[in-house]
Design a protein around this ligand. Structure first.
Ligand SMILES: Cc1cc2nc3c(=O)[nH]c(=O)nc-3n(C[C@H](O)[C@H](O)[C@H](O)COP(=O)(O)O)c2cc1C
Length: 221
């Protein structure tokens, strides 16, 4: 596989097989990902890898919090508004996802069920939790986090694994903080669900879209 194959072949995976990942393979991915670039080589990232009983406890607590409709308090706030073009793409993505399951946009109960399903990380057997020290959680530090997260996703794809970067997994950061003993001074960026993709599931098959290069590139000569 070329780098281009890996970049184009990766997609977000929203249903995983009931199959454990060898710990060595997860370690290999994280070992290779550390060659990602970072501001001044600061490498301010840190990762907690949740599997087994710890992950099960997380999923259950996360599910219960959503069921109880507890107020979410993510360390990284969700955007309050989007520029029009981004909002349209966001809505388009949601439509494709719901369409793949035959869910009508107005069907709030079915959408709620999907959100609840998300708390179980679509059955992923592993969640990698990237964190950054609060002092470094400014623009360049967060950019570094994005770089290594993408590297992890690409390496996982190369090794036959699937990933889903999830803001939804870290809406109740105190749950993860407690289970994984993550110090208060570290911000939890996202959850990376990791596992073997269930390619038969519609959620892993719907067609995705991207703006054309002419929509977002201006040539200045
Ligand atoms: C920071 C971030 C947070 C995300 N959070 C979620 C999430 O909570 N739930 C979800 O289903 N997808 C989530 N995604 C996945 C995006 O929806 C996905 O990357 C986008 O639609 C492009 O699709 P692709 O990854 O299949 O190319 C997230 C992606 C990023 C980068």
């Amino acid at each position: 596989m070329t780098v281009t194959d890996i970049i184009k072949g990766r997609r977000s995976i929203r249903q995983f097989l009931d199959k454990e990942i060898p710990k060595e393979l997860i370690r290999e991915i994280l070992d290779e990902a550390r060659w990602s670039p970072s501001w001044g080589n600061t490498q301010s990232w840190n990762f907690h890898v949740l599997t087994g009983e710890a992950l099960k406890n997380f999923k259950e607590a996360n599910h219960a919090a959503l069921l109880e409709e507890l107020e979410s308090t993510p360390d990284i706030p969700m955007p309050e508004s989007w520029p029009d073009a981004c909002r349209l793409r966001y809505n388009d993505m949601g439509r494709r996802l719901y369409d793949s399951l035959g869910i009508e946009r107005r069907d709030t109960e079915a959408r709620r069920k999907l959100r609840l399903k998300m708390t179980h990380l679509f059955q992923a057997p592993c969640m990698i939790v990237p964190t950054i020290h609060r002092e470094n959680a400014i623009e360049y530090g967060l950019l570094d986090m994005g770089l290594i997260i993408q590297t992890i996703c690409l390496l996982a794809h190369e090794k036959g694994l699937g990933t889903l970067i999830m803001a939804a997994a870290v809406q109740y950061p105190d749950i993860i903080r407690k289970i994984a003993s993550i110090p208060a001074e570290r911000k939890i960026i996202a959850g990376i669900a990791l596992g073997y993709p269930d390619w038969d599931c519609e959620l892993n098959q719907f067609e995705r879209s991207r703006a054309s290069v002419d929509e977002y590139v201006q040539w200045v000569e």
